[in-house]
Design a protein around this ligand. Structure first.
Ligand code: DOR
Ligand code: ZN
Length: 420
């Protein structure tokens, strides 16, 4: 039996935070409040924040197929170092997670990883995948029910991005209907293929900044609008991935005002980076959807603060530095890492209670992850954070296999002291 007592930390839970001791015995919380017991280890928590293990509902851990970029093991270590102990991994691996065989292989691999609880989105690009998905959700087979436990919903790419997982357009309606019937949450990459291809054809610029002009914010707004029309039609639970623009945000606000089951997430890179950063970062700030204007950054911060945004998700998407830097910049792969740096970036500007909602309570609810709060009987991971430490982000201190960060040199706040 191993017991750990955290004395005097500020425990962040639903409602309000409270000063409390926490006793954890063999991974289970047995006491919360004033705890006088002796324990094998005592952590002096005064001045520290104590969160339940955080959730990042949008990552690309690259395994299988792209282990030269990252592995579940390497990125799970990176997540944990950033206080994240549960992630939802995207289907654009090789093979893509569009079959039971691919899902079961990922589930098997994830069992080997102890740092992090890895769940998976199922991908749908053509009709056969939808048939499989319905089977996964409704079958009585014990085997399928087992795999379903690790599947947090469906990912749809409404336009091409890394991994070419764009859904066939005439299938979209059917997927929204099926997911409404089976109560499967949809998360979608919202960019409109027609608007993107028109913008690209019209664009004269040839450096990396063309990437933002080639994928304009109107494309995001229209894609969200079309998806919301299907939510209105069928009642599907719909989550907008990596919302990046003020225009896109306006569509989400309208849907929410209408009372539709629409939620959204924002990635730290769309809060901190803008088109101004192409000059210094080049392809290291190339991602989909692309960086926008400083006004877009501010609109997203505002929406985080006023409660419109439901989740922070990092879209952690490691590529090697060589892949990012060789060849024509516009052909460089899109995506940036971020799972380890989200928490200190947020602590710089948001209250811990809001971070708890954005990176625990809301993703937990939206994707039915079943993670537990810091209460008696809970097996939750416990993340202990010193919020007073100010530091700069440096890639050498991070754990992702890719070994770079678009936030190099940024001043942030807070350090993860321990994860239990
Ligand atoms: O920037 C991105 N990178 N956007 C995506 O949609 C995919 C991701 C990746 O897998 O690299
Ligand atoms: Zn992504």
């Amino acid at each position: 039996m191993t017991s750990i007592l955290i004395k005097g930390g500020t425990v962040i839970t639903a409602g309000q935070s409270m000063r409390a001791d926490i006793l954890q015995v063999d991974g289970v919380i047995t006491k919360v409040g004033v705890v006088e017991e002796v324990a094998d280890e005592i952590i002096h928590g005064v001045g520290y924040l104590v969160f339940p293990g955080l959730i990042d509902c949008h990552v690309h851990f690259r395994e299988p197929g792209y282990e030269h970029k990252a592995t579940m093991k390497s990125e799970a270590a990176s997540a944990r170092a950033g206080g994240v102990t549960c992630v939802c991994d995207m289907p654009n691996t090789k093979p893509p997670t569009t079959t039971i065989t691919a899902l079961s292989d990922k589930v098997r691999r994830a069992q080997e990883v102890t740092d992090c609880d890895i769940r998976f989105f199922f991908g749908v690009t053509s009709g056969i995948h939808l048939v499989t998905l319905k089977d996964l959700w409704t079958s009585n087979s014990e085997e399928l029910q087992h795999f379903k436990k690790y599947c947090c919903g469906v990912k749809l790419y409404l336009d091409h991005s890394t991994g070419d997982q764009k859904i066939e357009e005439d299938l979209i309606d059917e997927v929204f209907l099926a997911c409404a019937e089976c109560k499967i949450p949809i998360i979608a990459h919202c960019e409109d293929p027609q608007i993107n291809s028109d913008a690209k054809a019209a664009n004269q610029i040839n450096d990396v900044s063309a990437h933002s002009a080639n994928r304009p914010s109107k494309s995001e707004a229209i894609a969200i609008k079309k998806a919301v029309a299907l939510v209105r039609k069928y009642g599907t639970q719909f989550h907008v991935a990596h919302l990046s623009s003020k225009r896109g945000l306006e569509e989400v606000v309208k849907a929410k005002e209408e009372g539709l089951p629409v939620t959204c997430e924002v990635a730290p890179h769309h809060l901190l980076l803008s088109t101004l950063d192409y000059k210094t970062l080049g392809t290291l700030c190339k991602m989909n959807p692309p960086v926008r204007s400083v006004a877009d950054n501010e609109a997203l911060w505002q929406a985080l603060e006023d409660g419109t945004v439901d989740c922070i998700a990092t879209d952690h998407a490691p590529h090697t530095l060589a892949e990012k830097q060789e060849g024509n910049p516009l052909d460089a792969p899109s995506g940036v890492p971020g799972v380890e740096t989200a928490l200190p970036i947020l602590l710089n500007r948001l209250k811990p209670e809001r971070i708890y909602e954005l990176m625990f309570a809301n993703p937990n609810r939206i994707f039915n992850l079943g993670k537990e709060d810091l209460v008696i009987g809970s097996k939750a991971n416990i993340v202990i954070v010193d919020p007073t430490i100010k530091k700069k982000i440096h890639a050498v201190d991070l754990h992702s296999k890719c070994d770079w960060t678009p936030f190099e040199g940024r001043e942030v706040r807070g350090e993860v002291v321990r994860v239990l």
